[in-house]
Design a protein around this ligand. Structure first.
Ligand code: SF4
Length: 145
């Protein structure tokens, strides 16, 4: 049987643990919220290119749409090939690999995701200040090394 002093010490210890847990989980929550906010802000800074110009009427979109139209960018290669809105020939890659038309998507392109500081963003070296669709493609597609 515990003495009153031992019981009191156990209660104090339990309270300390409780407050430590609150501080830990609150700190973790703040960090998670900050990360989520930074991802949201980053996504707002670089929005997806809008070839229709209906959703994005800003100068960055305007500039990139002109370039994208020039290089035949499509946001969905598979759909564009099926609808015959894009044509592609097989292309040779490294180590004897042949890239079939349907494989020549942005996420397999050497110019994709060139913004090393923000690797989670689907960016293209040819299209400034916009995000491209990973399953898109264009006539400038080049295989990753
Ligand atoms: S250059 Fe590559 S990453 Fe850029 S739009 Fe064309 S296929 Fe996509």
């Amino acid at each position: 049987m515990n003495t009153p002093t031992e019981t009191n010490n156990q209660t104090i210890s339990a309270r300390r643990e409780f407050f430590k847990k609150i501080i830990f989980y609150t700190s973790a929550g703040v960090v998670v919220q900050a990360l989520a906010r930074s991802v949201t802000w980053a996504a707002e800074e670089l929005g997806l290119i809008d070839m229709t110009k209906a959703k994005r009427k800003d100068a960055a979109n305007e500039e990139s749409v002109k370039i994208a139209a020039g290089i035949g960018y499509v946001s969905n290669l598979d759909a564009a090939l099926k609808a015959k809105k894009a044509t592609k020939a097989d292309k040779p890659g490294a180590a004897g690999k042949v890239w079939k038309a349907g494989e020549q998507t942005c996420d397999n392109c050497a110019l994709f995701n060139m913004t090393k500081a923000t690797p989670v963003k689907a960016t293209c070296a040819l299209l400034p200040k916009v995000l491209v669709d990973a399953k898109g493609s264009c006539n400038s597609w080049a295989p990753k090394a």
